[in-house]
Design a protein around this ligand. Structure first.
Ligand code: NAP
Length: 246
């Protein structure tokens, strides 16, 4: 399951799941573009860690809601490392509330980052990958994008949308040797889930047959697999990594 010398762009790679995906590719000697939006020093730390593991990496500041910034990030990846082999659309935010209390801006922001951001990045890499006649796009969706969740109508809509995006792009780009898949994580321990109340966490735990929350590494392993030749006949799929939740 080697991904040597591949160039991988990971959005939101300075923390949580994105960081572990970046380190996993770095450990396989990939060239990694570590995208971030706020915290430059944590992105610098990820680059240092990747180099220590024998990979190569650069940081890249870009807001995925900005199409032009996404296109420039892809151009930079290509000019620095010669190709763009893998895109992991990982950036994501939550603005949870019941629909009667949710502000319109909370809906718009979540859709903009989680769904439009992935579309912006996919659009930006599509031409490059089509010319290469190879490539992999991996969208980080969520278990709730499949089963729904009260208080998360914006987030769930974005994550269900990512599944639709995955399936459409797999059909559009397959002939050019580009595979497009999604990973639907369950409850993974990161700063996004650390923010939840203890009673909410306890309720989630009761729904998990393996009786444990997932680790960011569990998602990184799934991403490595989907990007590898071992998954060469897999496209348009949603890989559930959720301890048996659904
Ligand atoms: P996290 O630690 O909060 O990571 C989110 C990342 O997105 C951060 O690196 C953040 O950058 C970046 N980001 C936010 N807005 C951005 C923007 N406009 N442009 C570029 N990057 C932006 O959360 P996580 O738990 O690792 O989540 C990673 C992905 O997994 C998300 O898509 C999330 O929805 C999904 N997911 C998580 C779980 C879970 O249980 N944790 C479950 C299912 C799915 P800064 O740090 O610089 O703000």
């Amino acid at each position: 399951m080697k991904n040597n010398n591949q160039t991988v762009i990971i959005t939101g790679a300075n923390s949580g799941i994105g960081k572990k995906i970046a380190l996993a590719f770095g450990a396989q000697k990939a060239n990694v573009v570590v995208n971030y939006i706020v915290d430059e020093s944590s992105a610098d730390d990820v680059v240092t860690a990747i180099k220590d593991l024998g990979g190569n990496a650069i940081t890249y500041h870009a807001d995925v809601t900005d199409l032009e910034a996404c296109q420039t990030m892809v151009k930079t990846a290509q000019s620095t490392f010669d190709s763009v082999d893998v895109l992991v659309n990982n950036s994501g935010i939550t603005r949870d509330n019941l629909i009667i209390r949710m502000k319109e801006t909370d809906f718009d922001q979540v859709i903009d980052v989680n769904l439009k951001g992935a579309w912006n990045m996919s659009k930006s890499v599509a031409r490059v990958m089509m010319k290469q006649k190879r490539g992999n796009i991996i969208n980080i969706s969520s278990v709730v994008g499949i089963i729904g969740n009260p208080g998360q109508s914006n987030y769930v809509a974005s994550k269900a949308g990512l599944i639709g995006l995955t399936k459409s792009l797999s059909k559009e780009l397959g002939l050019r040797g580009i595979r497009v898949n999604a990973i639907a994580p369950g409850f993974i321990q990161t700063k996004m889930t650390d923010a939840l109340d203890d009673d909410v966490k306890a309720a989630y735990l009761q729904q998990i047959p393996l009786n444990a929350f997932g680790k960011a590494e569990d998602i990184a392993h799934a991403a490595l697999f989907l990007a590898s030749p071992k998954a060469s006949y897999i496209t348009g799929q949603v890989l559930n990594v959720n301890g048996g939740m659904i």
